[in-house]
Design a protein around this ligand. Structure first.
Ligand SMILES: [Zn+2]
Ligand SMILES: [Zn+2]
Length: 304
């Protein structure tokens, strides 16, 4: 199966701690690395975890709060020092221009590669990137400023051709791809062999959804319905419910409620407030609603 995995680089929230790095993660699809958010120290996390920076394809920024973007200047600069030549696309809300353009003008006049900014739409579900393995879409989250969640979904796969049928009907190699795409096979004698006799259905399309930062918001459920893995922020526990509402965040229980409503296969919670030295109460709170929940942790890899 094509590699499709998510590695956590940082799962803390705004205030720095020695336990967590601020938000960042890497989605590896077939060897290409897509970064989501880039909090302070992200490039050091990549170094510590042995990630080759040259594999970085593009960056998706959920919103322009510092704990999601302060790592960009250092990373952009280092990629130049490493001799990158491929264009780097950063998908983000419009405010990125005010943050990044002065930095690029001041520090990056002779950068070895081009940084291209693609602005996200504030409303609706929008396809923002696709290649032959994956589509990436954005959808609005409910936070204090314009914020987007991201859905990574495998493209539709080909049907599996049955080995024994190739031999039985002596199917030539040039026909194999057509059959995988759903075509029937016509034998030398003119007999039509229907496709469903020759093939079995394709493997299901795997998908990953990233939802941080956000208040409890049921309107995201249709976008993340049935995903294999959902990362949802759980900044606080229920004991901080007022603070949670005021800051546009979610509790661990609320993250689990969303996972349950969306019937996802697995939930990972993160974006932990610096007040929690022990995260088990957050995990227990989420598990009481949605059992297949795991805590995010720096370095952890989730295979889909
Ligand atoms: Zn944040
Ligand atoms: Zn935020």
């Amino acid at each position: 199966m094509t590699p499709f995995k998510v590695q956590i680089l940082g799962c803390g929230s705004a205030l720095p701690t020695t336990m967590h790095n601020p938000s960042s993660q890497l989605v590896d699809v077939n060897g290409k690395l897509f970064m989501i958010d880039c909090g302070e120290g992200t490039q050091l996390q990549m170094r510590k975890l042995g990630v080759r920076m040259g594999r970085l394809h593009s960056i998706f920024i959920s919103h322009l709060h510092g704990d999601h973007v302060f790592g960009l200047p250092g990373l952009i600069s280092s990629l130049g020092l490493l001799g990158r030549t491929a264009e780097l696309t950063i998908y983000a809300h419009q405010e990125i221009e005010q943050f990044l353009t002065p930095f690029l003008n001041f520090f990056c006049k002779n950068l070895s590669y081009n940084v291209r900014l693609v602005l996200l739409k504030r409303k609706g579900y929008n396809l923002i990137y696709e290649n032959k393995s994956i589509t990436i879409s954005s959808f609005p989250l409910k936070h204090r400023i314009a914020t987007s969640g991201f859905l990574f979904k495998e493209t539709e796969k080909l049907r599996h051709i049955k080995r024994e049928m190739i031999d039985y009907y002596d199917i030539p190699i040039r026909e194999i791809n057509n059959i995988k795409n759903g075509a029937d096979f016509i034998t030398a004698k003119g007999e039509v062999v229907p496709n469903d006799r020759l093939t079995s259905p394709p493997s299901p399309q795997r998908s990953y959804a990233y939802c941080s930062d956000t208040a409890y918001d049921e309107s995201i459920v249709p976008h993340i319905k049935g995903v294999d893995l959902l990362y949802h922020e759980a900044t606080f526990s229920e004991s901080e419910i007022e603070r949670t509402a005021k800051t546009g965040h979610s509790t661990a229980r609320q993250a689990a409620e969303i996972a349950k409503l969306a019937e996802v296969k697995k939930l990972v919670i993160g974006h932990f407030s610096s007040r929690y030295k022990n995260l088990n109460p957050l995990l227990e709170e989420a598990k009481a609603v949605f059992d297949n929940t795991e805590l995010a942790e720096e370095g952890k890899i989730f295979e889909l």
